[in-house]
Design a protein around this ligand. Structure first.
Ligand code: ZN
Length: 275
């Protein structure tokens, strides 16, 4: 089983996790920029973090045979701190880098006017840089947050938008929108593998992405594999599993995760998109 985890925060994970992930079939990941738990108080703090996602983290992943790509953004929660807004001025030069395959996570946390401004500005940047967007949906008031999110992303082609952290309540509206549907599988909250299988049965495997969203909270980087196993046990074919866990994320991000990993990839700073 080959696995491409389209949303995982390896910064918060140990080297043992990389080892276990490789053993479970994980060969590629996308790490979106997010809230580190401790609020940041200045733009430089973000830039060091972005540089780590482009330098240190891909290097660490490569030692375990895993390709590490990233999505960069000012996350929704910290968009509420005016001291962090300047990140938006620095982002465009980062979006040119080869290992940056999307803008994200963007979206809503508490649905404030400041979050609206950051969200809209970053959607515009994604369009300008021809990048897909990873959109986080709020954990509180999820249905209203997802509805509003779909309204805001309408300006972009739906095939360039991934609406993440969905569940049984929100999947239908995103399926209708034409956007990609993301599911974060956690050990004991939100989605679990069996609920995921039920959703795949009802909605099919197209535009479906499954991630572990593993971070510093209670989470498990092997939940993607658990979904693959649950799919097989439920009668899905190995090809269905490959589509959901490998070909779908590759298609959404427009990357070939199986390309040989060379030294160049770890200088994620290489600029390949011109500018
Ligand atoms: Zn996340």
């Amino acid at each position: 089983m080959r696995i491409f985890d389209p949303h995982i925060h390896m910064t918060s994970r140990t080297t043992d996790d990389y080892e276990r992930m490789h053993g479970a079939g994980v060969r590629a990941v996308v790490e979106p920029a997010f809230w580190l738990g401790q609020p940041r108080t200045n733009v430089g703090s973000f830039l060091d973090y972005f540089d780590a996602l482009l330098g240190w983290e891909p290097y660490r992943a490569a030692q375990h045979g895993i390709r590490h790509l990233c999505a960069l953004a000012l996350n929704p929660k910290e968009a509420n701190d005016p001291r962090c807004m300047g990140v938006l001025d620095e982002l465009p030069r980062y979006l040119l880098k080869e290992a940056v395959v999307a803008v994200g996570e963007v979206g809503y946390d508490s649905m404030t006017p400041a979050e609206d401004r950051a969200f809209e500005a970053q959607l515009a940047m994604a369009a300008e840089h021809d990048l897909p967007v990873l959109v986080h949906t709020p954990h509180r008031d999820k249905a209203a947050g997802t509805r509003r999110t779909l309204d805001v992303v309408k300006g972009l082609p739906p095939e360039r938008v991934l609406v993440d952290h969905l569940n049984e309540v929100t999947v239908g509206m995103v399926a209708d929108s034409g956007c990609w549907m993301g599911f974060s599988i956690y050990p004991d909250t939100k989605m679990d593998p069996d609920r995921m299988v039920a959703i795949l049965r009802e909605y099919g495997t197209e535009r479906m992405l499954v991630n572990s969203a593993a971070d510093w909270g209670r989470s498990d980087p092997l939940r993607t594999r658990a979904v693959g196993e649950a799919m097989l046990a439920a009668g899905f074919t190995a090809d269905d599993v490959d589509r959901v866990l490998w070909r779908n994320p590759s298609a959404f991000y427009g990357v070939d995760p199986a390309a040989p990993i060379t030294g160049d990839d770890y200088a994620g700073n290489t600029i390949k998109r011109g500018g």
